[in-house]
Ligand binder design. Sequence first.
Ligand code: CMP
Length: 138
Amino acid sequence: MERTLSIIKPDAVTRNITGKVNSMIEESGLKIVAQKLIRLTPKQAEEFYAEHKDKAFFTSLVEIMCSAPVVVQVLQGEDAVAKYRKIMGATNPAVAEEGTIRKTFALSIDRNTVHGSDSLESAKREVSFFFSNLEICE
Ligand code: CMP
């Protein structure tokens, strides 16, 4: 059993489609064991995405992530990290597989609807970035 961190991004929150994204998550068999709607500060977004700080898209990534609220959530299940990455689809929705969340809903690589941890190690850091153990309900 694994846990992974998911963020439903501003493009989905502003289009009022968080329920549709959650339906796809739940239909995959992953369980939402924690969830909250928050507005990221630039400082939080910079820290969360620190690994990308030298990339050309970093400033715009931080700006977009702070442009509206996000839903942060913890997903639990067997192989949760890999499973969520599979149902999200590729980072660039133009090359994402049919039936994935990003192929279905993403607007562009910048506004790609969801984030998911890329490894078990990142998942541990990312889950504890947003949630205490007391906020996770199995
Ligand atoms: P995410 O999974 O949240 O991780 C970093 C984000 O940076 C990524 O999704 C994209 O939304 C965004 N991004 C913008 N441009 C690029 C790019 N060229 N390559 C990868 N990620 C990008």
